[in-house]
Design a protein around this ligand. Structure first.
Ligand SMILES: [Zn+2]
Length: 163
């Protein structure tokens, strides 16, 4: 298990190895970034897009959240983090492709499927419940065909979430 103190040691190792070996690359990246792909991925600690796609710093622009969701376009005042990231990637960075990366054993998708957090108070699952309610329409289709429990239903929900 990695604690913050372990991460500080990791940072020291990084500064002594990769950072030094790729000094030229970091200097170029210091002038700006120009990734060609944006990845929208889940916050799940097991699915790091930079590791999975074997990319180097500066190559992909990533936004991560529970279940890798993109909320609907809204013009109401608010804190639209995903919209801000999309806007920056498309308008400023001019990414050429946007990839939504789902994954197996997604807890967010599972909770959306079986509605296990429905009605939970904020701070006790309620924020997640509200967020994954974005999947309610997809959930109704999946539940009608596969039910709300089991590996087949979960896999279908994970695929539907990406769509
Ligand atoms: Zn997930």
């Amino acid at each position: 298990m990695t604690l913050f103190s372990d991460m500080l040691e990791g940072y020291s190792r990084f500064r002594d190895s990769d950072w030094k070996e790729e000094r030229e690359r970091w200097e170029i990246l210091g002038e700006g970034q120009s990734p060609k792909v944006m990845v929208i991925a889940c916050s799940d600690s097991r699915v790091d897009p930079t590791q999975i796609f074997d990319t180097r710093p500066g190559e992909i622009f990533v936004v991560r959240n529970v279940a890798a969701l993109v909320p609907p376009f809204e013009t109401t005042p608010g804190l639209h983090g995903v919209s801000a990231a999309l806007e920056f990637a498309v308008q400023v960075l001019k990414v050429e492709e946007i990839l939504v990366m789902g994954h197996g054993l997604c807890g967010g998708c599972q909770a959306a499927l079986n509605k296990s957090l429905e009605g939970a108070p904020l701070g006790e699952g309620g924020f997640v419940a509200n967020w994954i309610s974005l999947l309610d329409e997809a959930q109704s289709h999946v539940a009608a065909h596969y039910g709300t429990h089991g590996a087949e239903a979960e896999r279908a929900m994970e695929k539907a979430a990406v769509k």
